[in-house]
Write a protein that binds this ligand. Structure first.
Ligand SMILES: [Ca+2]
Ligand SMILES: [Ca+2]
Ligand SMILES: [Ca+2]
Length: 414
């Protein structure tokens, strides 16, 4: 298996997008600073202190630099707050830094696509989505975070990484939707792939979206979002699809990462499957995050291209509303599913009923569960005659303002 050219191309595009957005954010920061000093003295004071006090008195820096690497673009981040580490996924490279941005370890040698991440405090592991589309294999990779203590650990020869195969995703990805007996493979230009599934990307731990076991209680479930191909010619690809798994039952499935002989060890089905009507997007939920303070789920995407939809870049699910059974719109055969509710916040498109934001987060989004988020900035630098990919975690405050509810805190502007 080799790296797909499409990924490399997307990385270049990503860098340019981040540059444009960076300029827009700098302007927004000035506006927030001015507003803050006049209208919100308390918030302004808190903002000044944000780098010091974010959550439980732990000092959280305004910027954590993930470094510059000969790798793919930054895909996601995970924070180990107690340990004081940030993890950055660079598509084929996992980098661990301390909170000053000093690299302390890395895991290399992935030939697949490592996407979004999350950290599970219960077992001290970093969980990430890992795709091998050519092999029609989709995994959750779990990294033993404590043991990432040096640079250049090989993903396959070390036992730091274990993987669990997601059969549900494979079944939807490989679905022969036009029934012609041929699966068209890794292409957006087809009617195959149920729900337009291109694989998986966004991952986060959060409460049961079905509301079982008490609305906000019970064990956190690993929540995995589908990638969804951009395709304007079909109507069955207008939902984000989220699977939930209780990973406490996963030990028996875990296998070492073997790219030459991909295994199929994993649960037969997800513990829950949910749909959020947003309109089609380009590769689905890039970053999925849960904010325990607001009970909101954030889904950051690359904008869709359907002219009939608003094509927002960030969608918020209202986690206080358990999923309800209803029709999954646009499917070739009538289908019932568990439907999620978008929060009554942000921009609103009356034609489709879709709500959302024009906001960053598609390269990494981490909630500090107190109104602050780390947002990843993606970029490139020239070093030693080569173009390297950069990723920085930049502290933002959730303001709830439209179109972009995420404003950089004062210290994070340069
Ligand atoms: Ca087909
Ligand atoms: Ca991604
Ligand atoms: Ca995540």
């Amino acid at each position: 298996m080799t790296r797909r050219q499409g990924e490399i191309g997307q990385g270049g595009k990503a860098g340019r997008r981040a540059g444009r957005r960076g300029t827009a954010l700098a302007g927004a920061a000035v506006a927030v600073t001015l507003l803050g000093s006049v209208l919100l003295p308390q918030t302004a004071a808190a903002t000044t202190d944000a780098g010091k006090k974010a959550g439980g008195g732990t000092k959280m820096p305004a910027v954590i630099d993930g470094g510059a690497w000969d790798a793919g673009h930054v895909q996601g981040m995970a924070l180990d707050r107690k340990g004081g580490y940030m993890y950055f996924s660079f598509t084929n490279l996992l980098v661990k830094t301390d909170l000053r941005g000093n690299p302390v370890g890395s895991v290399t040698g992935f030939t697949g696509h490592l996407g979004d991440l999350d950290f599970d405090e219960r077992d001290g592991r970093v969980y990430g989505s890992l795709e091998y589309k050519d092999a029609e294999s989709f995994y959750i990779a779990a990294f033993d975070a404590d043991r990432i203590d040096r640079m250049g650990i090989d993903a396959q020869t070390s036992d730091i990484v274990s993987t669990v195969y997601l059969k549900e995703v494979v079944a939807d990805y490989t679905a022969d939707m036009d029934g012609n007996g041929v699966f068209d493979g890794d292409t957006a230009d087809t009617r195959d792939h149920r729900y337009g599934c291109s694989g998986i990307d966004g991952v986060v731990f959060g409460p049961d979206l079905g509301g079982r076991g008490g609305r906000h209680h019970g064990t956190p479930l690993l929540t995995v979002a589908y990638g969804i191909y951009s395709n304007n010619a079909r109507h069955d690809n207008d939902h984000q699809v989220l699977l939930q798994y209780d990973v406490r039952r996963w030990k028996k499935y875990e296998r070492p990462l073997s790219e030459s002989a991909p295994h199929t060890s994993g649960p037969a089905h997800a513990d829950g499957k949910y749909f959020a009507y947003t309109g089609n997007t380009t590769y689905g939920v890039q970053n999925l995050e849960y904010d325990a303070a607001s009970h909101n789920w954030q889904m950051a995407v690359y904008e869709g291209k359907k002219p009939d939809f608003p094509n927002y870049s960030l969608f918020t699910i209202d986690g206080t509303k358990p999923a309800v059974r209803g029709p999954v719109r646009g499917q070739p055969e009538p289908e019932q599913g568990r439907l999620l509710t978008l929060a009554r916040q942000g921009l609103y498109d009356p034609v489709t009923g879709v709500r959302g934001w024009q906001a960053p987060g598609e390269y990494g989004l981490v909630s500090l569960d107190d109104g602050l988020y780390y947002v990843a900035e993606s970029g490139t630098v020239e070093e030693d005659g080569a173009t390297k990919q950069t990723g920085r975690a930049v502290l933002h405050r959730w303001t709830g303002r439209t179109p972009n509810p995420l404003a950089p805190v004062r210290e994070s502007t340069r």
